[in-house]
Ligand binder design. Structure first.
Ligand code: PEP
Ligand code: MN
Length: 307
């Protein structure tokens, strides 16, 4: 039984001296004696606090019906934030590119109907003000992680930024981009591990699970995991979500669609409502373990961690 697992056997990640040298130049985002943990607040939601925050919804906003149905289903299952792209960076220029402003308006309706906060992607600096008008969190996608003019434009936008790791980016690259946003005046940053390109082709990307404890050790920023883009297939999403919970992630970003087989983008990796509910139920014992670990944290730190 999972409930019988003893948290006290889990050793904390200790600070590797190499990381100090590697990351210390990113002074606004690395842990210091003054700032060991930052919490990003979105309305009444705390990301990086004690709760495990699930952000869920379709890859792309396709219609009012699709988004409202999904918003209601994910809210009922325990998600706190609704995801959905209105502007979509796609692997093929012939693929659906998103509904644009019409999609943003649908997101706003879903927020009014369900009370969920909204996270949606911004692809270029020219769209920052427009999207900040509709979004509670500005998502920077994997393809934009090193778009420095976009990162700088997010400095004064007044909204937290969800920064996804570039698919070929090292953790140093990711923290450099976070530092650029912080230097531009926005300290409200959430890091997201979403899988990286490796020689493996059986999954869409390779979930770098070690990135989570490493980032939590060197940085004070919240870290969430996107198991959907990492896996590329729905059947692996729940188990990767569990892994994220037990390695100390602060939450998840998960794709959910009323009819994944009809989705205009990323249907293969999208969960049905039922699958999402089951995933949320199955996460419960792992979240209890996470909570136990959190409460034991002072002893764990004393046992050897310098994080
Ligand atoms: C997304 O979240 O829909 C998305 C496009 O993700 P990524 O940038 O990680 O590919
Ligand atoms: Mn997607």
């Amino acid at each position: 039984m999972i409930a019988q697992l003893r948290v006290s056997r889990i050793a904390p990640a200790a600070m590797n001296p190499q990381w100090n040298g590697q990351f210390s130049c990113f002074d606004l985002v690395v842990k210091t004696s003054k700032c060991s943990r930052s919490v990003v607040r979105v309305r009444d939601i705390e990301i990086g606090g004690n709760d495990f925050i699930v952000m869920a919804g379709p890859c792309a906003v396709e219609s009012e019906r699709q988004l409202l149905q999904t918003a209601e289903a994910v809210a009922e299952a325990g998600a706190r934030i609704l995801r959905g792209g209105a502007y979509k960076p796609r692997s093929s220029p012939y693929s659906f590119q998103g509904l644009g402003v019409a999609g943003l308006k649908i997101l706003r309706k879903a927020r009014e109907a369900t009370g969920l906060a909204i996270v949606t992607e911004v692809m270029c600096k020219e769209d920052v003000d427009l999207i900040a008008d509709y979004a509670d969190i500005m998502q920077v996608g994997t393809r934009s992680m090193e778009n420095y003019s976009l990162l700088e434009a997010l400095g004064p936008c007044g909204r937290p930024v969800l920064l996804k790791r570039g698919m070929t980016a090292t953790l140093e690259d990711l923290l450099r981009s976070a530092q650029v946003i912080a230097m531009a005046g926005n300290p409200e940053i959430i890091l997201c591990e979403r899988g990286i390109r490796t020689f493996e082709t059986a999954t869409r990307n390779t979930l770098d699970i070690a990135a989570v404890p490493l980032l939590k050790t060197v940085s004070h920023l919240p870290v969430i995991v996107d198991p959907s883009h990492a896996a590329g297939v729905a059947c692996l999403v729940p188990v990767l979500a569990r892994a994220a919970a037990v390695v100390g992630a602060d939450g998840l970003l998960v794709e959910v669609h009323p009819h994944p087989e009809q989705a205009l983008s990323d249907g293969e990796q999208s969960l049905t409502f039922r699958e999402f509910r089951d995933m949320m139920d199955d996460l419960q014992p792992y979240l209890a373990l996470r909570e136990e670990a959190r409460q034991l944290r002072p002893q764990l730190l004393a046992a050897g961690g310098a994080n």
